[in-house]
Design a protein around this ligand. Structure first.
Ligand code: PRP
Length: 214
């Protein structure tokens, strides 16, 4: 179908919150809410197509223009470093990107020549410590990053902190706050021109729903 707008959504909570907003705009999201094994779900009436992907892949789809819009965490956006147009801060999915570790170095079980950082965000880590002129060794992990200092793999972690429960349960604490993060609506720069009216209407509608919720 012509003039479909494609939205890339991170499976899970960010997608759920996005559906809640779209439903307030009168867009039926029952199909993408229950996609089964289907990866592309269309709503022909709203001329919307949803693709449900891994969070870290949302910027890739939008950057390549196969998705016009995407909803993704600011942390993921920073790590991806793609030239996307960040249109709205959606507010949900709020967390902080932090450096965390043991409160005092004496408690650390780590002793390496270089300062080791375990993280799912190697690019952010490189830029954060690079801007301070500090040399680090990055150990890239894909989950349970808190294990780094606990098991002696790294001095600290760079990771998102939401409730702080994971840090607390592992005897770690926030040492430095890098930046606050939340879900962002991003769009492909070319799509904003080719689907100008519909994109602007959708973005404006989402903005209004957010204002009402304030
Ligand atoms: C994230 C993050 C922390 C945790 C923070 O992990 O990497 O581990 O949540 O949340 P909290 O401050 O509320 O405890 P996620 O749950 O995505 O799982 P993962 O460790 O497998 O990446």
């Amino acid at each position: 179908m012509q003039d479909m707008i494609t939205m890339a959504l991170a499976k899970g909570r960010l997608a759920e919150e996005t559906f809640r907003i779209l439903e307030k705009l009168g867009i039926d999201c029952s199909a993408p809410r229950n996609p089964g094994r289907q990866l592309v779900v269309e709503n022909p009436d709203a001329r919307l197509r949803f693709i449900l992907v891994k969070p870290s892949d949302v910027p890739t789809y939008v950057d390549h223009g196969v998705a016009d819009l995407g909803v993704v965490g600011k942390d993921t956006l920073l790590e991806a470093g793609r030239p996307l147009y960040e249109v709205l801060d959606l507010g949900f999915g709020a967390c902080r990107l932090c450096v965390a570790g043991y409160p005092s170095p004496a408690r650390s079980t780590v002793s390496h020549a270089t300062f080791r950082v375990a993280t799912k965000y190697p690019n952010v880590a490189r830029s954060y410590w690079g801007s301070q002129g500090q040399t680090i060794e990055i150990i890239e992990l894909h989950g349970s990053v808190e294990l780094g200092p606990v098991i002696g793999l790294s001095d600290v972690i760079l990771d998102i902190v939401e409730s702080g429960a994971t840090l607390k349960a592992n005897g770690l604490q926030v040492l430095e706050e890098v930046c606050p993060c939340s879900a962002r609506l991003v769009c492909n720069r070319v799509s904003l021109k080719t689907h100008r009216e519909r994109m602007q209407a959708l973005i404006h509608g989402i903005e209004e729903v957010l204002k009402e919720a304030e």
